[in-house]
Design a protein around this ligand. Sequence first.
Ligand code: CTP
Ligand code: MG
Length: 167
Amino acid sequence: MQIPDPALVVLVGAAGSGKSTWAAANYRPTEVVSSDALRAVVGSGSADLDASNDAFEVLDLLVTGRTRRGLTVVVDTLGLDAERRAGWAALARKAGLPLVAVVVDTPAATCRARNAGRDRPVPASVLGAQLQRMRDIRRELETEGWEVHVVSGEASAAASAPTSSPG
Ligand code: CTP
Ligand code: MG
């Protein structure tokens, strides 16, 4: 099943699952808003957690502007915060855009291995909590009204067509 376009697309996946890679392979750079990239813009780098509040303020402004114009926007964050998702969903509903959640489904072992190999790995306990949250996320997203697409974060990202559609 094709992902509708235009749409609000919220990526959901643990650190290292392949969200940013998938977004880059499937959307134009101007369509993607990334909390990591915006932390580097308003703060000292993508891992500057003190800059998170400002980064999300800018991110929300970008989502507001694009949805209001009926333009596709891909939200590249962990996607695990229900309150933030509800805010973006409200903006999309107001604009009449479909609510799409792209769940980047990658084996826990792959996420852990990628994380371990990174410059600034997230603590193992933090990644563990994210992976735990992923176990029930599909049901949660469907309950909230998202059209859920599951993609593999292991395959070549360009070829990772959605492997399932709303049940
Ligand atoms: N990667 C890969 N094959 C894929 C997807 C990702 O080899 N199909 C690799 C990327 O090259 C990168 C790492 O896995 O080195 C993490 O991918 P990334 O897209 O950055 O993951 P994110 O989910 O965006 O991680 P974060 O939450 O930390 O931003
Ligand atoms: Mg990323």
